[in-house]
Design a protein around this ligand. Sequence first.
Ligand SMILES: [Fe+2]
Length: 323
Amino acid sequence: MTIAETQDMPEPVHRRRGAVGVHSIDRFVFTVPDLAEAERFYRAFGLDPRPVDDRLDLYTFGSSHCWASLYESGQAKRLEYIRFGVFEEDLDAMRERIASCGITSAPHALSDRGGLWLRNPDGTPIQLVVAPKVSPSAKCQPLPPSPHLPGQGSAPARSRVQQVRPRYLSHVLFFTPDVSRVVTFSIEVLGLKLSDRSGDGIAFLHGPHGSDHHLVAFAKSHAPGLHHSSWDVGSIDQVGCGAEQMRAAGYDQGWGVGRHVLGSNYFYYVRDPWGSYAEYSFDIDFVPNDLEWPSADHPPEDSLYVWGPSVPDDFITNHEPCA
Ligand SMILES: [Fe+2]
């Protein structure tokens, strides 16, 4: 059975005992200047972008789940809203929690208007919907290595490399003007758990019911925004081949290949047409539903990467305007 054939057959889901909180990023939604350019970029990246009415939906091949929706605005790229999935039995408790905090919100105009609506402290609209858990419930396994036969090369001919196709959305990193404030909100309202942070510069949070080391992360900036979406691939070779396939498609700006400290994943970030990034990620740490992650505050020089090229000067630039 291939990886693609197994993507709609998730691992069994087990709740964290006593925890009420979101289990997945069900979808992230943003506007871009040009949908045709977005479709070219994400198709080259190895996703399955599908035009639907006035938007572009992003799928991974072999999965029926839509991970992101993009709308054309003719203006600078902008994060519009984030949709999280919750278990049905948690919906009433989440509704009461949001009401008691006085943070209910009207549905976003680009949404289906369902579920519960609130705003985070940055003003970003958040939708909570009852949905299947699409974050992993177990450590995602690497692809089997290519066979090493004595007397034969194991690397493929360059002309025979297959397109890299990510398996699932691992996490999204957002900009925020106040990391501590949005971390407190994420823990107390959304029920997320802090994995690691580096002071007030960046923080990583995981889902309580099992998720990658970070389901969401926040980096300090002048305004809210979308920094990158991260997509799991099956080997470090696929990280490198992904970088190569994007260079061949004309997207030659990025950062990597390298290895992160916090999360431990191997990475390559490719710059999208709007100055934000899409990440190929392999072998990120996983936090099971029944274990406590040893959360810590790390010095900046010991938090970003173990090895790799120097960070590009504009890597942490937020191109989104203030609200
Ligand atoms: Fe990332």
